[in-house]
Design a protein around this ligand. Structure first.
Ligand SMILES: [Zn+2]
Ligand SMILES: [Zn+2]
Ligand SMILES: [Zn+2]
Length: 442
């Protein structure tokens, strides 16, 4: 679906905001965060109906009641099933949709109405049969909401497919990273990777991917916000990134993920709509060398994702990557996706044996390429700006370190409408160092 803006936007402007169609908190967090506002609270009070869900106060409980009243009578039957979170989500959804027409529009995005029926499922596209997945949750669902409420296998497949393909995972608290504001785990940096729960947003799940997006989405338990990261003109199509382009562990699979997994035959972004070999991300300088170099890069970058999950993280040899980069430089454009992914792998912080100066030069090169393609506020730049702040500080370049801190802050503000000083900076800058820099600036 295409969503065209009716006005223009600047980076950081909120384009669209939507409340969840349905939302569940992760089971492990039921005692830690409020089921209404999803924030951490110490004085949580139990719902007197189920004695399971907890709220920080009357108003949170009241706001959540239209949804919670559906599951409230059944929660006493909920035990820690296998796949407990998906059982919880699908159980709640079944109760919410009971006796309703799936086509009844439930959300508007710009001028388009989106219903639950409009959501795509991998089963719709014959990509996955889902019989096994559905069999796996049926017994649990029956003991949770009762046999009489569980729909037949085909409907269950459709529900399962729509949910797993369109759910957004949100982080506990109000912001995506641990941040010292409303972080459920206090100042523990692990909060960066601990999910608060999942939610379905009907309108936002219809936004198209672009390899060079002009917006980003930011889901929390309470809402999803879409913010501009580039200047967007009136009647321009709004696009978001479905996945990381540079830092993805499955780097070469990025396009496959975007097109096949999300069921777009191709990507319609400005870059992909050009003849392959011509755009910034695909630029080829020497066609006779490019094919072999791309193939070899794919192998090198894909290696970690092809190994069993518990296999020790393989060290991709740095000398080999450097050699590969030299060959890329003769065949591929400077901002070719594979070249940037190779730079990201070569200068990733988990491979620390390069000298600080070499690391800094490599990451600066990468961020310049990324800026050229994606613009100044692309979310993936944050990681590299943090590394540069850290390296510069270790090298005694306090002024440069400070500048990179500001770049991160500005980027976070454009992406999320908030700053996340300190948290998650353990491997880059400590919170105190960051505050020190911020104070010096003001
Ligand atoms: Zn609350
Ligand atoms: Zn209840
Ligand atoms: Zn694309």
């Amino acid at each position: 679906m295409s969503f065209l803006t009716s006005k223009s936007y600047n980076p950081g402007d909120v384009i669209y905001e939507e409340k969840p169609f349905i939302r569940v908190l992760k089971r492990d967090l039921w005692d830690k965060i409020c089921a209404g506002c999803c924030a951490k609270s110490t004085g949580l009070k139990k719902c007197s109906g189920c004695s399971v869900m907890k709220y920080c106060g009357k108003s949170c409980q009241k706001n959540d009641w239209p949804d919670h009243k559906l599951e409230c009578p059944y929660l006493r039957n909920y035990t820690d099933f296998r796949n407990k979170d998906i059982v919880h989500m699908i159980g709640k959804l079944i109760l919410k949709l009971k006796g309703k027409d799936w086509k009844t529009a439930a959300s508007r995005i710009f001028d388009v109405e989106v219903s639950f029926d409009d959501l795509l499922s991998q089963a719709d596209h014959g990509l996955q049969n889902l019989s096994f997945e559905v069999l796996d949750i049926t017994t649990s669902l029956e003991s949770y909401i009762g046999k009489e409420n569980v729909p037949d296998k085909e409907i269950l497949k459709e529900l399962y497919g729509k949910v797993t393909n369109n759910s957004f995972e949100f982080y506990g608290g109000k912001y995506p990273f641990g941040n010292g504001f409303e972080n459920i785990f206090g100042k523990d940096h692990r909060a960066m990777t601990i999910k608060g729960g999942s939610a379905l947003f009907l309108g936002a799940s219809k936004l198209d991917h672009s390899c060079v997006p002009n917006a980003v989405y930011h889901p929390t338990g309470a809402s999803i916000t879409v913010r501009a990261i580039r200047t967007i003109k009136k009647f321009e199509k709004v696009t978001v990134p479905y996945t990381n382009m540079i830092t993805n562990a499955d780097a070469p699979l990025v396009h496959e993920y975007v097109t096949k997994f999300k069921f777009r035959e191709k990507c319609y972004c400005s870059d992909c709509s050009q003849v392959p070999g011509e755009s910034k991300l695909t630029k080829i300088l020497d066609a006779s060398k490019a094919f072999g170099v791309i193939l070899e890069t794919d192998m090198a970058l894909q290696l970690p994702s092809m190994l069993p999950i518990n296999y020790p993280n393989p060290i991709v040899d740095r000398e080999y990557l450097k050699h590969l980069l030299k060959r890329q430089d003769k065949a591929l454009g400077r901002t070719h996706l594979r070249r940037m992914q190779t730079l990201a792998k070569l200068y990733s912080p988990e491979q620390p044996e390069l000298s600080k100066e070499e690391m800094r030069a490599g990451i600066v090169e990468l961020t310049e390429c990324m800026k050229e393609v994606f613009g100044e506020y692309h979310p993936e730049l944050a990681l590299y700006y943090r590394s540069l702040a850290n390296i510069n500080m270790q090298l005694g370049n306090e002024k440069e370190a400070r500048e990179y801190c500001f770049k991160v802050s500005r980027l976070e503000y454009v992406n999320y409408g908030a700053f996340f000083h300190g948290e998650g900076w353990e491997d880059t800058l400590s919170e105190n160092q960051f505050r020190h820099f911020m104070e010096k600036r003001s």
